[in-house]
Design a protein around this ligand. Structure first.
Ligand SMILES: [Zn+2]
Length: 307
């Protein structure tokens, strides 16, 4: 656990960076613009941030909204063309001569919850994201199931949503992944908005749908109830499959703790375990799950391979 890890949370518009020391969560966060289209500028920006540290870090750990293809080592990261399709780990290690660890942001979230958050004390932690998309990460014994990258925990995709809810037919909407009927198409911010437009013929933002639900308005309430009915079966199935005893929820919609509680209420009776305490719970690892998870994965990697 010795040494410092320079952690990055990299999005399409901004890079957040912080240093974590001796296994603790990262400290003060600095922000930089993402050179999103220029590969050389991107690599130079990361190098410059590392070189500006008062002490040379033992490793770099990066959280980003993409997937490392475990077969090729290449990144699939749609919103950062500068590094999409590249071997970022190899490129950065060659440039800086230090270990570089790259992990998906939902995976970082799940590890952050297992190590610092609501998953403490649980062996199997299934972190779920209700943000611009629906994602997830799967952790056992504080370690990611898919250490080499890949798609474990991605319960938001697959042709699984029921074709009716509340006694009326619901179509299988086309998903960005190429399949139709994914949970991603009806939950998360854009999914909730799509469902509301389908049910009521009006456009309403996800925050307005949730606040309308809290205010007891008929249309938003029906949208939220329909969403819960559609997502609860697939989520219960994912929980049965993984054996998770805690499901921390993150992402923009999960900041609404009443929404998370409603998901828990809808899902728990459908699981085989039917545990008595809450299963789907609000995230509790703090405001920077990408940085915290990257730090934890970085320290785990260094401990496993100190050289
Ligand atoms: Zn999909």
């Amino acid at each position: 656990m010795a040494g410092a890890i320079l952690c990055f949370d990299i999005g399409g518009t901004s890079i957040r960076a912080a240093t974590a020391v001796n296994g603790a969560r990262p400290g003060k966060v600095d922000r930089f613009a993402t050179p999103a289209t220029d590969r050389e500028a991107f690599l130079a920006r990361i190098s410059a941030i590392a070189e500006a540290q008062p002490e040379r870090p033992a490793a770099i750990a990066i959280s980003l909204a993409g997937i490392v293809n475990p077969q090729t080592g290449r990144l699939v990261v749609a919103n950062i063309p500068a590094i999409h399709g590249t071997e970022l780990k190899t490129d950065l290690e060659a440039r800086m001569d230090m270990p570089v660890i790259i992990a998906n942001d939902a995976d970082c979230f799940a590890v952050a919850e297992a190590v610092f958050g609501a998953g403490r004390g649980h062996d199997i932690v299934f972190g779920v994201i209700f943000g611009t998309g629906v994602g997830g990460g799967l952790v056992s014994g504080k370690h990611l199931i898919n250490k080499a990258g890949g798609f474990a925990g991605e319960w938001g995709h697959g042709p699984v949503v029921p074709l009716a809810a509340g006694g009326r037919p619901i179509p299988h909407f086309a998903c960005g992944c190429g399949v139709s009927g994914c949970v991603d198409t009806i939950a998360g911010g854009p999914g909730l908005e799509r469902l509301h437009t389908f049910l009521h013929g009006e456009a309403l933002s996800a925050p307005d749908i949730l606040s309308g639900w809290h205010a007891g308005r008929r249309e938003p309430t029906l949208t939220v109830k329909t969403c819960l009915e559609l997502l609860s079966g697939p989520l219960a199935m994912a929980i049965n499959l993984t054996g998770a005893t805690i499901v921390p929820a993150g992402g923009g919609l999960a900041r609404d703790h009443a929404f998370v509680a409603a998901i828990d209420e809808a899902v728990r009776p459908l699981t085989l375990a039917r545990q008595r305490h809450p299963l789907v719970v609000p995230a509790a690892s703090g405001g920077e799950p990408g940085l915290a998870g990257a730090a934890a994965i970085g320290f785990q990697t260094l401990a496993a391979d100190p050289d």
